[in-house]
Design a protein around this ligand. Structure first.
Ligand code: ADP
Ligand code: NI
Length: 228
């Protein structure tokens, strides 16, 4: 057998996903700020569902979902470039071919929300699936839990009536904001249903959005002590 040839051969797509999944799971185990392995798991499940419904490449979408937060800017001093580098390194180490690496790196570069006033266009259907899946995990019941978990980890107030939400026109302004967690609903979460990239994502976002609206109404009633 030609061992040298064997070593250079690109990994089988299913095997590649399995090994990337194993590695990502190991790295995210125990992370508690809303970016734990189970966030990756949910995005991975949802991205596959959307990809199947939209006719996207499920393998590429899966890899993008698994790697989309591999080097999140929030843990790298706001640096948005680390994710692409780390994705490239990890895929290369797992013998992905160049075309796959290029497509997945492009997804990782296009997922992150950068502020209400900043557009985040996607250049492939697969990136649309991953961006929608990631944003769906930021809304609804799980999204609410994640927002407060994040706020708690950062020592933020639940709500501060004296501190209104801000419209962020740049990624720096968004990433540097230290407002109360309820502001984040107006600054990001409630905007997401209108920013879905796929019809499937848009449809799933609707009921999660309605749930958040109901939650917000109840929250403010309880805040003033005038709930039923
Ligand atoms: P993305 O996943 O698009 O990179 P973020 O990194 O901005 O988006 O958000 C990741 C998670 O952390 C989401 O669930 C988001 O709602 C939550 N989060 C980010 N910023 C805040 C904040 N200021 N307050 C509460 N939750 C936040
Ligand atoms: Ni994410």
């Amino acid at each position: 057998m030609d061992l040298k040839h064997n070593v250079m051969q690109a990994a089988d797509p299913t095997e590649l996903i399995r090994s990337v999944e194993r590695e990502v799971k190991e790295r995210f185990q125990g992370e508690g700020s809303g970016h734990d392995w189970w966030h990756i798991y949910r995005v991975y499940q949802m991205a596959q569902r959307i990809a199947k419904a939209e006719g996207a490449d499920v393998h590429i979408t899966s890899l993008g979902a698994l790697l989309h937060d591999i080097a999140d800017h929030k843990f790298h001093g706001g640096d948005l470039t680390v994710g692409a580098l780390e994705t490239d390194r990890l895929l290369r180490a797992n013998r992905a071919d160049d075309a796959t690496i290029e497509r997945v790196v492009r997804i990782v570069n296009e997922v992150t929300f950068k502020g209400a006033g900043v557009e985040t266009p996607v250049s492939s259907l697969e990136a649309a699936c991953v961006q929608d899946a990631d944003r769906l995990d930021a809304i609804g019941a799980v999204g609410i839990a994640r927002a407060f978990a994040y706020g708690g980890a950062k020592g933020r107030l639940l709500f501060d009536p004296d501190c209104p939400p801000v419209w962020h026109d740049s990624f720096e302004a968004y990433a540097g904001d230290k407002g109360a967690t309820i502001n984040h609903f107006h600054e990001k979460l409630l905007l997401l249903k209108d920013r879905m990239q796929t019809n499937t994502g848009r449809q799933i976002a609707l009921s999660r959005h309605r749930f958040m609206e109901e939650y917000m109404t109840q929250f403010h009633h309880e805040w003033e002590g005038d709930d039923a």
